[in-house]
Design a protein around this ligand. Sequence first.
Ligand SMILES: Cc1cc2nc3c(=O)[nH]c(=O)nc-3n(C[C@H](O)[C@H](O)[C@H](O)COP(=O)(O)OP(=O)(O)OC[C@H]3O[C@@H](n4cnc5c(N)ncnc54)[C@H](O)[C@@H]3O)c2cc1C
Length: 296
Amino acid sequence: MEDKRELFKQPLHSIYIPCGLIIAGTLLFGLEYLPYSLTFIVGVCSFKYYEAYQRRSLIHKTQWRDLELIDKTLINRNTLIFRFKLNREDEVLDIPTGHHVACCFTINGKDEIRFYSPILNQFDAGFFDILVKHYENGVVSRKLAELREGQTVKFRGPFGTLDYVPNMAKKLALVAGGSGITPILQVITDIITNPEDNTSISLIFANESEKDILLKSEIDEIAKKYPDFEVNYTVTNAPENWTGSTGYVTKEMMQKYLPEASPENRMFICGPPGLKSLAVGLSEELGWEKDNVFCF
Ligand SMILES: Cc1cc2nc3c(=O)[nH]c(=O)nc-3n(C[C@H](O)[C@H](O)[C@H](O)COP(=O)(O)OP(=O)(O)OC[C@H]3O[C@@H](n4cnc5c(N)ncnc54)[C@H](O)[C@@H]3O)c2cc1C
């Protein structure tokens, strides 16, 4: 069953003080006015609750919803950002940090379902973006690449197991590979847009080559603006003038660019299976407790 308590967070937070004042005023003027005050307060709360309910994302966990592609941006030779329209201009995709949505194409009568982590921040309204790397023989990623503006795709969600809580770590170590940057970027965005989250972040981002590094300029921009965010890129095929690291993620790289293993620190890893098992193995060698390492 859906947790309806979430709905109350937004609608009620701005009305505690006015309600308190109304009750205090009623007590001053006479208890006989109390039923009117209470009726008024219940009315206002119901209205705010209804407004918040309307504002909730219509993406549903169990029912597929057709969403229209409104924009498509090529970001490198095999990666595109797709923008899908939500049902209302003020609708915000209600998705917890590090979670993803399911996307479905029916091909030859068979439902092909794949997962994508929206790249969004809490200020995006009326749409959401997914960044998709397409593969030559990839069933769904190719279908998405061929999609034209105005066409629709079935979505469902959100899904995910990460329970990100601000300041859950003093220092956060992030390891991403290829399109595995998408949920990692959600976490980074969440932290840097929350002034109360003081987590310092270190990211190792591994890719095949320099031109495969997704959203590099955006990540560099974040590193420039936020002193508590550091990034180190590593590429398997490095060009001559490359200043980052070269090759697969190593223990030395993790020692040099990530915070030390400590009960106060956390590590999040996302990428292809090979990178995930490599980074998990190295984290164990570096003394990280299993409970402090999360794999998307
Ligand atoms: C929780 C979660 C979140 C994800 N978020 C994103 C996201 O934000 N953006 C994104 O682009 N992808 C993401 N993925 C991966 C995505 O769900 C698909 O697996 C991917 O798009 C490939 O699907 P496909 O149908 O095109 O390929 P498939 O038909 O499933 O595979 C066909 C072939 O494509 C190639 N291929 C597929 N995946 C990979 C890979 N990871 N590395 C190398 N070769 C591969 C292989 O040659 C494979 O044999 C996520 C996956 C998960 C589980």
